[in-house]
Ligand binder design. Structure first.
Ligand code: ZN
Length: 265
């Protein structure tokens, strides 16, 4: 019993050391932490909204999303998959031409990479596909599928001559998909039969953004362009935002001071 207590005490003493090691790993360039482990984006006013749109480009969702963004004169950051992008270069071309930002979301949506080379290849193949649609001096951004990230990925990214120029993974603070909520992520309003409508999801996104605003935080919003329902959600959300008297401002993800800081390292 005494040895067990000793072991627990030793582990408790080691915990801060372990945490420091992880933090050091994550302080490499290829990472994007929120400030202080919370959800605040340093140096960004609370009226700023970053729309980030993942998993496309798809014929079902992307043209509709681009149309809605164009209607409202709003810019967004698209985290695309290589396997979708290589089949639809015209949609990447349209994103680029219409002032959106094209970014890397790996080749497909696998959450687990069995080897260093599979991780590097997934990102590099995508990198080569999207490069023509990124401004020559543009910031390279990465978002991990499912937000899954660890020190192994950070190390492999930073050890690669091209990937180490990336800033990522970019997390989010709106549209997260809490297990306790039915309407807090756009994919929840795609499901049939659960009673969640696009309007309910749009209203939930609005409340999440407003809650960030009240806490003094800018919003980094997660959406997807694989169903046209998400475009409808954005339409309703932007209309709602325009009505509330707050001076909302939409920006591209490469505008964040922390992203620029990492990109220039
Ligand atoms: Zn994704």
């Amino acid at each position: 019993m005494r040895s067990l207590i000793t072991l627990v005490l030793v582990l408790m003493a080691l915990k801060p050391v372990y945490a420091t090691v992880i933090r050091k790993e994550f302080s490499e360039r290829m990472t994007f932490p929120f400030e202080g482990g919370g959800y605040k984006i340093r140096g960004v006013p609370r009226n700023v909204i970053y729309l980030t749109i993942d998993d496309g480009p798809s014929p079902q969702g992307t043209p509709a999303m681009l149309d809605i963004l164009e209607d409202h004169q709003v810019s967004a950051t698209f985290f695309v998959h290589g396997n979708q992008a290589e089949r639809r270069p015209h949609l990447l071309e349209r994103m680029y031409r219409e002032g959106h930002l094209v970014a890397n979301h790996s080749y497909s949506h696998v959450l687990d990479f069995p080897s260093s080379s599979s991780f590097v290849n997934s990102l590099m193949v995508t990198h080569n596909i999207i490069t023509p649609y990124i401004a020559p001096e543009g910031v390279l951004l990465y978002r991990a599928p499912g937000g899954v990230w660890n020190d192994w990925r950070s190390r492999n990214g930073n050890n690669h001559s091209t990937l180490r120029r990336y800033v990522g993974p970019l997390f989010w603070n709106v549209g997260g998909g809490s297990p306790n909520r039915q309407d807090d992520a756009d994919w929840k309003c795609w499901r049939r039969g659960n009673g969640v409508t696009v309007n309910a999801c749009a209203d939930s996104y609005y409340q999440q953004i407003l809650s960030n605003y009240k806490k003094g935080q800018a919003s980094l919003v997660l959406l997807h362009d694989i169903r046209d329902l998400s475009a409808k959600l954005v339409d309703r959300l932007v209309r709602r935002l325009k009505r509330d008297g707050i001076d909302w401002e939409f920006r591209l993800a490469d505008d964040m001071p922390i992203v620029r800081e990492y990109a220039n390292k």
